[in-house]
Design a protein around this ligand. Structure first.
Ligand code: S3P
Length: 436
C-alpha cells in the first residue's frame, strides 16, 4: 500500500540505527566456514537481504539459530561452523532475493566446491553484472556458467579446483574483493589483489580477527590459504540506514536528531565527510570501538548547506548514500556535482536515472550524467507520487524527501524498504511524518 509523508513541524528525538547489513552478511558467512565452534552474532541486520544469507547457509547444511535481541537491538544468532570444506550440496536452488552482497560473496564460497550449486535471485538481481566475479573466479580454476555468456544470474557452480592468482580489480568493489578473498582461502597458493581505490574493508577486519593470513600494502591485498577461527560479532549500527536520518535532521527547518550506535568505519563514512563539507551541523559523540569496528552516536541539527563536488576516492566510501545526498544537495546553496559514480547504474536500480527522474518530478532540475549527476541547488523539493523502482534506498530517500518537502510525497511501493530497514516507515510515523 502507498504511504504519504508530509513535513512535520519539528523533527526531534533519538533513533537507534539498525544492525549493519554488510557486517551481518559477513558475520554469518565467515563463521559458517570456521572450523572452531559456535559463534554468536548480536544486533543482526533486520533486513530481508541478510535473511537471504542465513537461509542460503542453512540450505548448505549450516546450523543457525535466531532469537529476538534485547530491546531496540537486532536479533541474536548462533552459527555452528562447518569448516572451509564442510558445506553440503543443497537439494534446491539457492535464492539470494534482492541481495547483490549475498550473490557475489557466496560466489567466492561456492566456486571450486566439490558439488553443484545454483544461485539466483529476484528480477533486479538477475539484471546485475556477475561477470565481474565469474571472470576472475574462472581464471582461478572454478567452473561457472550463467545467463548472457556467464555474466548474469542464475549462476551455476560446477566445482573445479582453485589456484593461486594475481588480479587487478577493474572496479573498487568490496563485493568483488570479498568474493576473491573468500575463494583464496581454499586456493592452492597466494591470492594477490590490486584495488583501483579503497572500498569498505569489513572483510579484511573480520578475516584478521579470525586468524586469516592477510596483508595489506597500500591498495594491494595478499592472502595465503587459511582456516577461519570462530569469532563472536556485535554488529554495529548501519551508517547507510543512519544516513537517511542525518539528511532529514540537517535539512528540516526545525530539527535535532541523535542517531545512536552508528558504525563510522572510515571506508564507509564518506557520507559524514560529504555532509560536513556541505556545511552540516553534524557532530560525532562518544566515539568507541565495537568488535573491531569504530562506532559513535551522530548528532545532527538544522543546517544551511552549500553545494560541493563529490568525485574520485570518496565515491566508493559513500556509494550507497548518493540517492539521499542528492536530496540534501537539492536544498543546498549552489551546485553539487557528483562524478565517478557510474557504479550507481548497476545497483538495485539504475540509481542515477531513478534519482533524476523522481527529483525532476518533484521540481528539482537535477541533470544526470553518464557517471553521476549535477544538482543545481538553491531550491526546494515539491510533492507528488513516485515509484521507488523496487529499490530500498530510493524508497527511503523519498521518505526523507517527504519530511522536508514543501508538499506531501507519496511513495507508491514503500515495502521494499524492508530489504535493509523494515521499521523505517514506523519511525517516520513516530516523527509525525506519515499522513496517509
Ligand atoms: C557492499 C558493497 C557495496 C555496496 C553494497 C554492499 C558489501 O557494493 O553498494 O550495498 O557489503 O560489500 P560494491 O562493493 O559492489 O560497490
Amino acid at each position: 500500500m502507498p504511504v504519504t509523508i508530509a513535513r512535520p513541524r519539528s523533527l526531534r528525538g533519538e533513533i537507534i540505527a539498525p544492525g549493519d547489513k554488510s557486517v551481518s552478511h559477513r558475520a554469518i558467512m565467515f563463521n559458517a566456514l570456521s572450523n572452531t565452534g559456535t559463534a554468536r552474532v548480536t544486533n543482526f541486520s533486520p533486513g530481508a537481504d541478510c535473511t537471504s544469507t542465513v537461509e542460503i547457509m542453512r540450505a548448505l547444511g549450516v546450523e543457525i539459530s535466531r532469537e529476538a535481541g534485547a530491546k531496540g537491538m537486532g536479533d541474536s544468532l548462533t552459527v555452528k561452523g562447518v569448516g572451509l570444506n564442510g558445506l553440503q550440496e543443497p537439494a534446491g536452488i539457492l535464492d539470494a532475493g534482492n541481495s547483490g552482497t549475498t550473490t557475489r560473496l557466496m560466489s567466492g564460497i561456492l566456486a571450486g566446491q566439490d558439488m553443484l550449486t545454483i544461485l539466483t535471485g529476484d528480477d533486479s538481481l538477475k539484471s546485475r553484472p556477475m561477470g565481474r566475479v565469474v571472470k576472475p573466479l574462472t581464471s582461478m580454476g572454478a567452473v561457472i556458467s550463467g545467463r548472457a555468456n556467464d555474466t548474469l544470474a542464475p549462476l551455476v557452480f560446477h566445482g573445479g579446483s582453485l589456484h593461486e592468482s594475481s588480479y587487478e580489480m577493474p572496479v573498487a568493489s568490496a563485493q568483488l574483493k570479498s568474493c576473491l578473498l573468500l575463494a583464496g582461502l581454499r586456493a592452492d597458493g597466494t591470492t594477490t589483489l590490486t584495488q583501483p581505490a579503497e572500498s569498505r574493508d569489513h572483510t579484511e577486519r573480520m578475516f584478521s580477527a579470525m586468524g586469516v593470513n592477510l596483508t595489506k600494502t597500500g591498495l594491494d591485498l595478499v592472502l595465503e590459504p587459511s582456516e577461519l577461527e570462530t569469532v563472536d560479532v556485535e554488529v554495529p549500527g548501519d551508517i547507510s540506514s543512519a544516513a537517511f536520518w542525518m539528511v532529514a535532521g540537517i535539512c528540516h527547518p526545525d530539527a535535532e536528531l541523535l542517531i545512536n550506535n552508528v558504525g563510522i568505519n572510515p571506508t564507509r563514512a564518506g557520507i559524514i565527510t560529504a555532509l560536513q563539507m556541505m556545511g552540516a551541523d553534524l557532530i560525532l559523540v562518544d566515539e568507541r570501538e565495537v568488535a573491531g569496528e569504530p562506532v559513535a552516536d551522530v548528532l545532527v541539527r538544522t543546517s544551511d548547506l552549500k553545494g560541493v563536488e563529490l568525485s574520485g576516492d570518496i565515491v566508493p566510501l559513500l556509494i550507497d548514500e548518493i540517492p539521499v545526498i542528492a536530496v540534501a544537495a537539492s536544498l543546498a546553496e549552489g551546485e553539487t556535482v557528483i562524478k565517478d559514480a557510474e557504479e550507481l547504474r548497476v545497483k538495485e536500480s539504475d540509481r542515477i536515472q531513478a534519482s533524476v527522474s523522481w527529483l525532476n518530478g518533484a521540481g528539482v532540475d537535477v541533470v544526470g550524467t553518464p557517471d553521476g549527476m549535477i544538482v543545481p541547488g538553491g531550491g526546494s523539493i515539491g510533492g507528488g507520487q513516485f515509484q521507488s523502482y523496487d529499490d530500498h534506498r530510493l524508497a527511503m530517500s523519498l521518505g526523507v524527501a517527504g519530511l522536508i518537502s514543501t508538499e506531501p510525497i507519496t511513495v507508491l511501493d514503500p515495502d521494499v524498504a524492508g530489504i535493509s530497514y523494515p521499521s523505517f516507515w514506523e519511525i517516520i510515523d513516530q516523527f509525525g511524518g506519515l499522513v496517509g
